[in-house]
Structure formats: structure tokens, C-alpha cells
Design a protein around this ligand. Structure first.
Ligand SMILES: Nc1ncnc2c1ncn2[C@@H]1O[C@H](COP(=O)(O)OP(=O)(O)OP(=O)(O)O)[C@@H](O)[C@H]1O
Ligand SMILES: [Mg+2]
Length: 343
């Protein structure tokens, strides 16, 4: 049973600050997903929790223990890396029991823990194989198994699914959800994958340049992004952002004829998700430039004055390339032009 508490954490390498004031509380048993562009500090934060890096300021708590000064082995966390890092000369059974053997636990206890984890991960029939004799997904499950047998307070996953193909990723994503439900252990999971973040997380922490951009449920981040960064980062395809000016119950998009019936005054950035664009009726006119058909739905890239916007619409389509289509908006978002902060 362990909550996780980041209290004003900072991390610098020499004079370069890579984490600025991370101050976030994660509940016991919560599934936290860390997202952000490459280099934003995701792995660094994970490594700080594991004790592979020291923090430069602040405190890190796991449950009621302050752990930032503790040695990694005393923190009771287990990390799964992107590369799996299995021992090639050990069987699955030996790989999974390794941490417990190092702790000099009785062999019967080790065997029982390995069998239990193997059963959970459907690895029982592979216990005597070597890593080289298994598929990527199976190796991934062994890496998970190695973490599970240690019964940690917190699991740390650094892009654990990124080496897998699309089908296997999906399969493992479902496995992870099931595993979390069974183990009820707190998880911190780093990913680049939108879908992984939105489907797995109880809450998502969005980082950019070492700064926390937003911390909230997938629904909150999707419905009320705190700024234009989160608006464009969460959701695929990205939210359309357009320079707009409002007055007297009308909003005009810069360089575009026609006005939207929206109640906002002054200049702002108008945000519209591709699924919230209405194609086929409305006060604006755009030209269909490119159509990306995806089966059940299509993405329309539409020229709207000097802007290009993306609409996601159901198939079969009633529009063709080069056609002029009337446009309207459903749900909209408004952001400050300068700061990008949600208005
Ligand atoms: N040992 C180090 N010394 C100096 N700078 C480092 C060190 N490790 C990481 N950094 C820098 O810290 C920043 C954050 O790195 P980090 O690995 O946490 O990013 P990340 O968000 O995990 O990126 P990615 O998505 O590419 O894995 C980067 O700018 C990186 O260059
Ligand atoms: Mg990383």
C-alpha cells in the first residue's frame, strides 16, 4: 500500500535544470502515466523515483516513508525498462527469481513467487526457455514478471511497450490494465503513445521542458486542456488552433470570411478538435485539400482562408477533393494568444 508524493522536486545536471518544481500527489494504487516530448524529463523523473538519480531539491515520499535519501534497494520499487534487460544466459524461471535470490530468500518461497507471477502473465509453459527463444511480447511479459515477484510498493515502467508491433502493443496494453486491476499497486508509466496514455491512466502528468503542464484524468485533459501545449499534445489528430477575434456575439477567424456565433470578446486562440468540426453546413467555407480514408472514418484536410484545418468525419463521405464545403464548429476551446493559457 503506497501513495507517491513529489514535493517541489527539482533536478539539474550541472547547470542544466531538467525538472522544475514537480509537485504532485499520486494516490495509493493509482495508475499514473507520464507523457511529453522527447527530452522533457520523463525518464529522469522515473530514475529519481527508483534512486538511479539523486534529486537536486525537494522531497520524494512513498507512503509514509521519505525515500529520496535512501539507497535504491531500500525503496521497494521495481522498474521495467524499454529494453527489457533480461539476462540472456538465464532461463525465464531464473530471470524472474533473480531479485529474490539476491535477497537470499528460501528457494521454496522463490519458486512459489515465480509460479504465481508466471500464472498471472501466462508464462507457465515458457519457464525453462531462454530469452533468445521467445518473441518480443513474451520477453516483455518476463520483464514484467521479474518486477512482479518483488512485490514492490510502486512499479516504474519506462516505455515498456515501445519495442512491440502494433498488434502486440494493443494486446499488452490490455494485459497491463488487467494486471493493474489484480495487483492494485501504484504504477508510474512513461509513454510516447497517446492511446496508451488515455486508455491506461487514472491520471496523466504532462511535462514539457521539465515543467508540469497539467495533471489530471484523461477526461479532464481532453475536455479542458490547461493550455495550447496540452491541447495539441493530447488527442490525435491534434486540436486545430486558429487566431480569432470576437465581438458582439460573433467570432471571426483571421483571414477567413464569415463569422461564427460564439460569445467571446477580443483576440484569442480558438481551439476546435477534428471531431468537433461540422462539415456540410455552417457560416464558413473551406476547400477540401486532402482526404485520408481510414475505413469507418476519414480525415479531411481543409483549406480555410490562409489556414489548414483537419476534420474527422464518418464514412461514407459526401465530399470530394477540391470541393467547397460549408463549415461550423461544435465544442470550442479558447486560449490566451500570448501565454497559451486556457481562458
Ligand atoms: N546524465 C545526464 N547528464 C546530463 N543531461 C542529461 C543526463 N540525462 C538526461 N539528460 C538531459 O535531461 C533531459 C531529460 O532527459 P530524459 O531522458 O529524462 O528525457 P525523456 O523525457 O525521457 O525523453 P525521451 O522521450 O527521449 O526518452 C534531456 O535534455 C537530456 O539530454
Ligand atoms: Mg526517456
Amino acid at each position: 500500500m503506497a501513495s507517491l508524493s513529489f514535493r517541489a522536486i527539482q533536478k539539474s545536471y550541472g547547470s542544466t535544470k531538467v525538472l522544475h518544481h514537480v509537485d504532485v500527489q499520486v494516490g495509493d494504487g493509482e495508475y499514473l502515466v507520464l507523457v511529453g516530448p522527447s527530452g522533457c524529463g520523463k525518464s529522469t523523473l522515473l530514475r529519481c523515483i527508483a534512486g538511479l538519480e539523486d534529486i537536486s531539491a525537494g522531497e520524494l515520499w512513498i507512503g509514509d516513508r521519505r525515500v529520496d535519501q535512501m539507497a535504491p534497494r531500500d525503496r521497494n520499487v521495481a522498474m521495467v525498462f524499454q529494453s527489457y534487460a533480461l539476462y540472456p544466459h538465464m532461463t525465464v524461471r531464473e530471470n524472474m527469481g533473480f531479485a529474490l535470490r539476491v535477497q537470499r530468500r528460501p528457494p521454496a518461497e522463490i519458486e512459489a513467487a515465480v509460479l504465481q507471477a508466471a500464472k498471472m502473465l501466462e508464462l507457465e509453459h515458457l519457464l525453462d526457455r531462454y530469452p533468445g527463444q521467445m518473441s518480443g511480447g513474451q520477453r516483455q511479459r518476463v520483464a514484467m514478471g521479474r518486477a512482479i515477484v518483488r512485490r514492490p510498493d510502486v512499479f516504474l515502467f519506462d516505455e515498456p511497450l515501445s519495442n512491440l508491433d502494433a498488434a502486440l502493443r494493443h494486446h499488452m496494453r490490455v494485459e497491463l490494465k488487467r494486471l493493474h486491476r489484480r495487483l492494485e499497486t501504484t504504477i508510474v508509466h512513461v509513454t510516447h503513445d497517446q492511446v496508451e496514455a488515455l486508455t491506461l491512466a487514472d491520471r496523466i502528468l504532462v511535462l514539457n521542458g521539465g515543467y508540469v503542464q497539467q495533471f489530471g484524468s484523461p477526461r479532464e485533459l481532453f475536455d479542458t486542456p490547461a493550455n495550447t501545449f496540452v491541447a495539441q499534445f493530447i488527442g490525435s489528430p491534434s486540436m486545430n488552433l486558429l487566431p480569432a477575434v470576437g465581438s458582439g456575439g460573433e467570432v471571426r477567424i483571421e483571414g477567413v470570411e464569415g463569422a461564427l456565433a460564439l460569445d467571446r470578446s477580443g483576440p484569442f486562440t480558438l481551439g476546435v478538435r477534428p471531431t468537433d468540426l461540422v462539415v456540410g453546413s455552417g457560416p464558413l467555407k473551406g476547400r477540401v485539400d486532402v482526404i485520408e480514408s481510414m475505413g469507418a472514418e476519414a480525415l479531411l484536410h481543409i483549406e480555410l482562408g490562409p489556414h489548414t484545418i483537419v476534420a474527422q468525419v464518418p464514412e461514407p463521405l459526401r465530399v470530394r477533393v477540391d470541393e467547397l464545403v460549408p463549415l461550423d464548429v461544435g465544442v470550442t476551446h479558447a486560449f490566451d494568444r500570448e501565454s497559451g493559457v486556457r481562458l
